[in-house]
Design a protein around this ligand. Structure first.
Ligand code: MLT
Length: 213
């Protein structure tokens, strides 16, 4: 097992019924980056925030790339499984339900790869500026999983068609996918925060209603 040695931060939740979040930073980020975002969009949720183990000129990432937007597919597969192993172990340690991944850029891409390769590890995902991580992933069963894909209409790194292709891929695998396109570039905007928070609140309200019958 490779699972024990991801640098990470864990913040226990104060609302036990709320889904935990798995926070995955963009290239050059670390485990501290998305904690404030997680606290805003999911107040009271347990937060597991992980640092990518691949270094590109000293910048942490979650998998190797050959050029911007050109991925080393074997490495994507290997790293997605390593991260999923880590999350599965952390879930046991902290007694967590399957988390919702909240990933930005490279972090959103590894989250998409995990959804396709290890669907049992995650409950769903909020994928911010994500692209297709694997050209030809194995068939996955994502039924019961919900995914929000938020793209930027003017993103110079992720072509609009690529974000749409990812959403279609996840949806074909059975996930309940919502895709939104904002009039922004690759950077995050306030609208991302608002949409992510609303999407989580709607999901939680539906889950609460299902429990109370
Ligand atoms: C990636 O490498 O995952 C994407 O190009 C996004 C990025 O990290 O710049």
């Amino acid at each position: 097992m490779t699972s024990s040695n991801f640098i990470h931060r864990f913040e226990p939740g104060t609302r036990l019924e709320a889904s935990p979040l798995l926070l995955l930073h963009g290239t050059g980020g670390d485990e501290n980056d998305l904690l404030p975002l997680g606290q805003i969009v999911a107040p009271g949720s347990a937060l597991l925030s992980v640092r990518g183990r691949v270094l590109e000129h000293g910048m942490p990432r979650f998998f190797r790339r050959l050029a911007e937007g050109v991925f080393d597919h074997d490495d994507v597969v290997r790293r997605a499984h390593e991260l999923a192993d880590f999350v599965d172990t952390a879930r046991k340690t902290h007694r967590l339900a399957a988390p919702i991944a909240l990933g930005y850029s490279n972090g959103a891409n590894i989250a998409a790869a995990m959804l396709l390769l290890r669907p049992q590890t995650l409950q769903g995902g909020i994928l911010l500026r994500a692209m297709v991580p694997l050209a030809d992933p194995p068939a996955a069963d994502l039924s019961g999983r919900s995914v929000l894909v938020i793209s930027g209409a003017h993103d110079p790194i992720v072509p609009a068609a690529n974000g749409a292709q990812l959403a279609a891929m996840l949806s074909t695998a059975g996930a309940n996918v919502e895709r939104r396109v904002l009039p922004v570039g690759h950077q995050l905007s306030q609208a991302d925060v608002t949409l992510a928070k609303q999407w989580l609140e709607t999901r939680q309200a539906a889950a609460d209603a299902a429990v109370s019958g």
